[in-house]
Design a binder for this molecule. Sequence first.
Ligand SMILES: Nc1ncnc2c1ncn2[C@@H]1O[C@H](COP(=O)(O)OP(=O)(O)OP(=O)(O)O)[C@@H](O)[C@H]1O
Length: 583
Amino acid sequence: MAKSRRLATLGTYLRPHWQETALGIVALLAVNGLGVYIPLLIRDCVNKLSSDFNLEDIFNYVAIIALLSSAMWLIRMASRIWLFGVGRQVEFDLKQNIFEHLLTLEPSYFATNTPGDLISRATSDVDNIRRLLGFAVLSLANTSFAYILTLPVMLSLSWDITLFSLAVYPVMFLLVQLFSNRLRNEQQQVQEKLSSLSDLIQEDISGIGALKIYAQEENERRAFADKSQRLLEANLDLARSRNTLFPIIGGLANISSLIIIWLGASRLISGTMSAGDLVTLLIYVQQLVFPTALLGFTITAYQRGEVSVDRIEAILSVQPKIKDARNTENLERSQVKGEISAVNLTYTYPGANTSALDELNFTIKPGEIIAIVGAIGSGKTTLANSLPRLLDISPGQLFLDGVDITKLSLGELRGAIAYVPQESFLFSTTIRNNIRYGDPVSEEEDVETAAKQAQISSEIANFPQQYETVVGERGITLSGGQRQRTALARAMLVDAPVLILDDALSSVDNQTATAILKNLSKGAQRKTVIFITHQLSAAASADRIFVMDKGKIVQTGTQEELIQQSGLYRTLWSQHQVEELLH
Ligand SMILES: Nc1ncnc2c1ncn2[C@@H]1O[C@H](COP(=O)(O)OP(=O)(O)OP(=O)(O)O)[C@@H](O)[C@H]1O
């Protein structure tokens, strides 16, 4: 991104908080104004001391200086609260924007962008921008005001002493910048070593069974000691740099004070400079130490922030490919009958040479149960994903109740379809919350009915806290079949007119799978069901079976019709019967 655009982007981050930013900057102006004025009062006080000493005058000076210093301290505190607060606000806004934006993107985006990378952008990059807009704005404004207001007064007191004494400050600035790069690299090294050590701990704890069985304790202990040693070295390097830099800054500041004393003393003796002027110059020179040093850190914070702006904008500028059409057609969920048809449905994954779906044509009647069978990689999941538009399907190819799915709003389309994917994902919460994920306010009895339909209710009754049992990473571990039926119950609860099961009963025995399918075909409110499966005996109970091969539907018909025909289905069925015999 060009520098000017990057600055404009930073400006857009700040815009909603311009009032606090402005207040913070004005406060810094006031602080620096007082920072120039208070030493002038001290100068008058010192000059008075050496001429006509009057205790009452001195007391007045001390009182005013104490008052102004307290005001300065309070205003500085307010400026920090405002400006650092702006950094925190921007951090909050960015995290929210990134998360909301990610939710609009299609699953294919997440196949190429790993969670680790996205998390690092949403945390450390956002953190860099927080520092840039909080700390960097503060120190840039502070340094500018400090120099703009102090320098003319110092020059008016003595231009040559000022120039000589400040001659070491550019060295201080360059040194801080140099060290700040070094500190940044060392900080990064510490971070890397720490995450490598954490990965080892995490892997060893997750794989504790394998570790014990293969008696690898000694090797793992050595690996841990090695990584721990590297972390220690990185931490020591960082501590060394930190502890070298700050004394050097102090030393340089003292050199400039010495220059003032050395040059000023002779003028004091000759009477060409007052003691007050000398003291004031000494105070000013000390006051400029921090702004100068901070400027060095600011430049590094800016460089780091620049890279982070690019990395964050790279996420925010991705336009969702799958989104609502400009003029969507209405299809009330309660009115959906569940007819699905495809006209020359073709889909090719980006970068693939062959089509995963190759000119499919079919019509599925409302309430029909269709089993889709076929070899591995024949396009079954691709077909399942195309219906709720998890893939970017071209217009005019797929229709729900005769309406082109690309003309429907995504909310209405997906609301009409319940989908149980191959990998059933459970959240780390209670089994009840997992089942009602699609309808979080559903009644208790609806959750239980859905569990019954999915043939999981009797097992839930045996869980330690029944429906309140926490499952997932922080709870009990469910078997593959239990996970699948919990995910099925989740889909049953939303009561959508179309239900897609993508190999969703593979860990469930054939009898239970057939019982679930039979359940689905009962009742007046029959759903249209697309049942993708490798379990041919369960598929046999479907109204019709679609047989897929290399992205095409090569056969359709009932079980009876298909076993009469020569073709792929008969081959698959014979294999299936041999497997059944062998079991
Ligand atoms: N994200 C992707 N990018 C590129 N190619 C893909 C992607 N997903 C699937 N494919 C390819 O598309 C083809 C169809 O895959 P699909 O997952 O639809 O098959 P399937 O019939 O569901 O297989 P299985 O029975 O193993 O689930 C395969 O050749 C697969 O390698």
